[in-house]
Write a new protein. Structure first.
Length: 201
C-alpha cells in the first residue's frame, strides 16, 4: 500500500494502512482495478472503484484511493493531489490569483472533490489532444506529466514580473540621494547670493 507523502500531513495514516491484511489488499485491489477498467472503457468517473477502496481499507480515503488507482495499467486516472486540485478546480495559480501556500483553502478530500478534479482533468486532456492534432509536431502528455506540471506550478516562487515590481519601488536611500543631488545647486546659489550682497554693500 502507498501513502500520500505531500499535502496534509496525517501521522496516524501510515499505521492504519499497514494494519490492512496483505491478502485483503491483493484481493480488493484487483477488484478495484477491474471496476476502474470498466469505468475507463465507458469514459465515466470510477466512483465504484474509489468507494470500494475507501470502504475496504483502513486509512484510505478518496485521495489515497486515487493514488492506488493511478497505478493501474492502461488507465488515465489522476492522483488527487492538492496542487492538481488547486490548479484545475480553483485556478489559484494564475498570475492575478497567486495565493501563498499557507493561505490555500483546506480541501475536504471527499469523493465530490475528486470527481470535480477528474472531470477537470479529463477536459484538460481533451483540449491537449485537440491542440496536438492541429499542431504539426504531435505531442502527448501522460497523466504523470500533468501531475508533475501541477506540482511545479504549485511550488513556484513569485513571478519575475512581481519581483521587478518590488525592485522598481523607490527606496528611502534612493529618495534621500536624489534629494541631496537636487539640493546641491540650491546651496551653491545661496552662497553666490550672499557674496553679491557683501560686494554691493
Amino acid at each position: 500500500m502507498l501513502c500520500r507523502k505531500h499535502g496534509s500531513f496525517r501521522p496516524a495514516l501510515m499505521g492504519l494502512i499497514r494494519s490492512n491484511a496483505e491478502s485483503q489488499v491483493e484481493i480488493v485491489s484487483k477488484m478495484a482495478f477491474s471496476s476502474l477498467a470498466e469505468a475507463s472503457q465507458a469514459g465515466v468517473f470510477p466512483e465504484a472503484a474509489v468507494q470500494l477502496l475507501c470502504k475496504s481499507f483502513r486509512g484510505v480515503g478518496p485521495a489515497t484511493a486515487s493514488l492506488i488507482l493511478s497505478l493501474a495499467p492502461e488507465t488515465s486516472t489522476p492522483f488527487f493531489s492538492d496542487e492538481l486540485y488547486c490548479w484545475l478546480c480553483m485556478d489559484l495559480y494564475s498570475r492575478d490569483k497567486q495565493v501563498p501556500r499557507h493561505k490555500l483553502p483546506k480541501l475536504k478530500y471527499n469523493v465530490k472533490e475528486y470527481q470535480d478534479l477528474w472531470d477537470a482533468f479529463t477536459e484538460l486532456r481533451r483540449r491537449i489532444q485537440q491542440l496536438s492534432e492541429k499542431s504539426e509536431t504531435k505531442q502527448t502528455f501522460s497523466v504523470q506529466d500533468i501531475e508533475k506540471i501541477a506540482f511545479v506550478i504549485g511550488h513556484l516562487e513569485p513571478t519575475v514580473g512581481d519581483s521587478l515590481k518590488e525592485t522598481s519601488k523607490p527606496t528611502s536611500d534612493s529618495k534621500s540621494l536624489s534629494e541631496d543631488v537636487n539640493s546641491e545647486p540650491e546651496k551653491e546659489q545661496g552662497r553666490k547670493a550672499r557674496k553679491r550682497k557683501r560686494k554691493e554693500a
